[in-house]
Write a protein that binds this ligand. Structure first.
Ligand code: 13P
Ligand code: SF4
Length: 306
């Protein structure tokens, strides 16, 4: 529920959005009211696609730092704003460029596939980027037979399972939110709701994804629910997705796997911060040109696999 102060800011955001020819992009994990005010709500891949081709002059990215950074790489002529300036991604911080270069020396024939949840500097020393929506398709179809997959070991293992013909070296990173889900938790919630389908994000541990009826990115989960004739679903990803699921499917029932499924960084965006960002046109996210041009090669390749 938004209060009267927020309603006034909401109106002001609409006016400023028009004035600055801005587009507001929000990830599926954002707070409900941010999803409601955004022009587009989506997964990392969909938001990158829009950031790459939008005609807007200003991109307001309601998400975390690597997402705004990717938008700045893909659309260098736009002003990219990240209202929640300190919203980072702990998993993205688990890979550093120097370490990636060490792994490159260790596995000289391997291509580096960086999950988009990584810094621009890491993307710049990688060959390809991917998201959870296209990781399997990309790894399967690139010419290299040997891959360094970083930073998410769980998504990497999910890819390795689906592309057994390739050798995949896994980086030991993980998402603190998804990695927390255990088999015990899944077993218990399945017992509570035996007639519900289990939908899981591939950032979860392999033993958890193994139990799922469907594994996919946030937007793939949304699409699955919309097209399914089932009416009850257990959701194994960050809680923000429940808002979009309920909006799109008012007659269906959703059970969040666990109340701990919250990404504090994604929750840092508020209506006030979006209003301030549009009012002051900051914080602006930029990437230094040398890193930007190298990272763009990897990101452009990501956009070729949907
Ligand atoms: P997707 O929306 O691409 O599935 O993203 C998951 C995620 O954790 C983003 O940080
Ligand atoms: Fe990073 Fe996980 Fe939060 Fe996504 S949900 S931003 S991967 S910590």
């Amino acid at each position: 529920m938004i209060n009267s102060n927020e309603t006034a800011m909401f109106e002001e955001i609409k006016r400023l959005r028009q004035k600055h020819e801005a587009i507001i992009l929000a990830h599926n994990y954002q707070n409900n009211e941010i999803q409601d005010l955004a022009d587009v709500v989506g997964d990392s891949l969909a938001l990158s696609q829009i950031a790459a081709k939008t005609a807007a002059k200003v991109i307001v990215f309601c998400g975390v730092h690597f997402m705004a950074e990717s938008a700045a790489i893909l659309s260098p002529d736009k002003t990219v704003l990240l209202p929640a300036e300190n919203a980072g991604c702990p998993m993205a911080d688990m890979a550093e460029p120097d370490k990636v270069l060490e792994w490159r020396q260790k596995y000289p024939n391997a291509a580096v596939v960086a999950y988009v949840n990584s810094s621009a500097a890491v993307k710049a020393v990688s060959d390809y980027c991917c998201t959870s929506a296209n990781a399997v398709n990309l790894v399967r179809n690139i010419p290299e037979e040997e891959i360094i997959f970083l930073p998410d070991q769980n998504l990497g293992q999910y890819v390795a399972k689906h592309v057994p013909e390739k050798t995949i070296h896994l980086w030991p990173g993980y998402c603190i939110t998804h990695h927390r889900i255990t088999v015990d938790e899944v077993t218990k919630i399945k017992e509570l709701h035996p007639d519900a389908l289990l939908l899981i994000h591939p950032e979860c541990r392999p033993e958890v994804t193994k139990m799922a009826d469907f594994v996919g990115s946030t937007s793939q989960i949304m699409k699955y629910v919309k097209e399914s004739t089932a009416t009850k679903f257990i959701i194994g990803t960050e809680m923000g997705i429940i808002h979009g699921l309920q909006k799109e499917n008012p007659s269906k029932t959703f059970y969040l796997m666990s109340q701990g499924l919250i990404c504090p960084n994604m929750k840092q965006t508020t209506i006030e911060k979006v209003w301030q960002a549009l009012r002051d046109l900051k914080p602006v996210i930029t990437v230094e040109p040398e890193i930007r041009s190298k990272a763009q090669v990897a990101l452009d390749r990501m956009l070729q696999f949907v």
